[in-house]
Design a protein around this ligand. Sequence first.
Ligand code: GLC
Length: 447
Amino acid sequence: MGGALYYLYMKRLLASLSLLLLMVSAGAQGLAVDKDTQRIREEFQDRKFGIFLHWGIYSMMADGEWIMHHRNIDCNEYSKLAGGFYPSLFDAHEWTQLFKEAGAQYVTFTSRHHDGFSMWGTKATPYNIVDATPYKRDILGALAEACREQGLKLHLYYSHLDWYRPDYPTGWTHKVPRDESAFNWESYYAFMNRQLTELLTNYGPIGAIWFDGMWDHKEQGFDWRLEEQYALIKRLQPTCLIGNNHHGSPIGVEDFQLFEQDLPGQNTAGFSGEQKISQLPLETCMTMNNSWGYNITDNNYKDGDDLIRRLVTAAGLNANFLLNIGPQPDGKLPEQAVKRLKHIGEFMKVNGSTIYGTRGGCVPPQSWGVTTQKGKMLYIHILNNVEDGQIFLPLTENKLAKVTMFADDTKLKFKREKEGYRIFLPELPKTVDCILTATLKCPPLPH
Ligand code: GLC
């Protein structure tokens, strides 16, 4: 290690040691994160790629999960869909095998969406898959078992807002007038906590609870009583992570930060405007077409290579990628989605080691692509066209020892310049992500 580099390294090391001391003293006030929490957060980050599933009785209407809202449907009329829900072709094992082959490491399932219908045999309401449909089987139970078999972690989406229950004090998303005298926050809150208790008691280890819908109440001062609810989750399963799609910066003991339809730092969908990127694990969720729930006319699918590029870019930005599928009402996954999963799977089988277990690399995103990093290994993902046969790597706080093509270990030439390194490329193969492996002289500097 050169003198200047050593000095920098020690300076950073001392800075992080004092931060550690600060955290330990904060620990006395209950603010620091314990070792187990730190470990499960890191394991979550290592998994990098998950499958999001939006499935419920709305799938029968084949126009997304917001159909009840968009078409001003009375909730009692809507609830009659349950009597016809019979996904005769549903096979949890087939699904999870496919997810596994696609390279996914976890599944996030909509246990109860905004329509208020529960996809498990909850005792807290008869409005559920076992008691209200002719199918009568516990879909969540089947999925939990199939995930366990494939070694996939199961995360559960849970809606804070509810378009069905009379006791939920409705917010702006409710268009059909409600009887306000029936609003009863205490009883609704108790209902949610009873359901969460079931979810965290009856289905084995749950990787995360993924909340959504708090934005239904825009008014300041609406108290969701998150602290108590989060404490309940941690009491029931201390290793269950908490994430909340409230579109803001993380609150309280939340373990990861969510970004809807955008990579961290972008705001093309308009949900991330108020989010500062935190130090917590990050997760971007995204649709393959334009819909979360099954939509029979939405064929606007991103192509397979585009999805791979987004996954890799998310990794380069230090985020997990949660890719959505809206299963059909018959229990099959749309063919378009299956085709794309297989395409991603082929890529991940060969290149997964440059993604899983990595963090965003020490070189920030460049016009040519992104970097991921594991210890001294820096993976350079060239995702865009490179015109003059070379790329520039702004790297001054570390040194390059060696650069090779990831695919076949061919050694590449590079040159040190004032602001970093210039790497000379051979004729690059036409591939979605041309990966180079750069070995650094030193392990990553502590942040
Ligand atoms: C939004 C939508 C919801 C969807 C979620 C996924 O919050 O309300 O339908 O489940 O995004 O990120």
